[in-house]
Write a protein that binds this ligand. Sequence first.
Ligand SMILES: Nc1ncnc2c1ncn2[C@@H]1O[C@H](COP(=O)(O)OP(=O)(O)O)[C@@H](O)[C@H]1O
Ligand SMILES: [Mg+2]
Ligand SMILES: [Zn+2]
Length: 328
Amino acid sequence: MARPLRSVDSTYSLEICPRCEEGTLVTVERPYDVTVSDSVVRIPKVQAEECRRCGYRALSGREVRLFEVLFAPQYEQIADLVAALRAARYIGMFLREDQSESALAFGSRTYVATLADDLRELYLDNESSHVLDGLGCHPGAIPIDAAGRRYSLRLPKIGEGENGIVFDYEEDSGSVFKIAKPRPYSRDHLIKECEVTEFFARQGIPVPAIVDWDPYGAFVIKQRLSGRSLAVIYDELGPPDTERHRRVRETVRGFISRLIELFEKFPACKTSASPNNIFVVEEGQSCRCLLVDTGPAPLHDYSGFDFDEYWDVVVPQKIERYRAVGYI
Ligand SMILES: Nc1ncnc2c1ncn2[C@@H]1O[C@H](COP(=O)(O)OP(=O)(O)O)[C@@H](O)[C@H]1O
Ligand SMILES: [Mg+2]
Ligand SMILES: [Zn+2]
């Protein structure tokens, strides 16, 4: 049987490092120890991601749904556990038969709260990867239950960055649904993005309002912005000396310099001025910019920022990389 098209494949093949936004992540397998009732249990193969450029390194709970089954509190007897493993379709250690489920969901946050910290992260990784995998197998609109509501996500995605994948959904054309990539770094990015949004709005930077968000950062529902990202429109702008190109370039120049001034005053709000994060709205002869992603980029150094180099060299390079990994 032919494999269904997976529109979110990029999430699992090539990834740009969410921390430095330069390196490519490689997946390695390594043993991982967890403590259960005072004894250490070694799990022989757990996936981890590494960036060899900046040294970012993190466990990835994508394939460890087993944890959820093994450590759920209700199994008093081995027989119950075995039954639960079978029900979860485990056919061997870490091998799970593929399931095609139509009802995808982010599970109860009350349950998530009961998990110990390291297990919680692995659980959340696995939950998001399960949802993203499920989305990849279906064309059209796919219902997802989240925070007690149903969202029918429309495929294909409308955008993707280092930390999340963004979808339209049927119930509200004025908002978008962003799912964090399955890693603690990306969920933390989404949480901070929500926390800092108000601040940018108060400073007069147009940003999408937060409609609802998961306290663990697994997803956020945001106002849908008009316009398109600089990464998407850059190649359409025509030669540098044309009116449209000049207008967009000068608008972006002004916008970024306002952002950098703000970052100097408030370093904690530093975000990435990548062409994926800057939206451009063109209406007739007028042009304005919006900041679509307020998430933190603490590693970015704007001290020697040179706009012309950004426009001529950095932006095209970033676009090339986004294309290579399937973000745009
Ligand atoms: N509020 C929004 N309205 C319209 N498009 C959006 C919105 N948020 C994100 N997108 C699209 O998704 C892409 C990735 O979103 P972004 O928030 O930058 O993700 P990441 O945190 O991974 O960098 C954006 O470049 C844009 O194309
Ligand atoms: Mg972004
Ligand atoms: Zn890196």
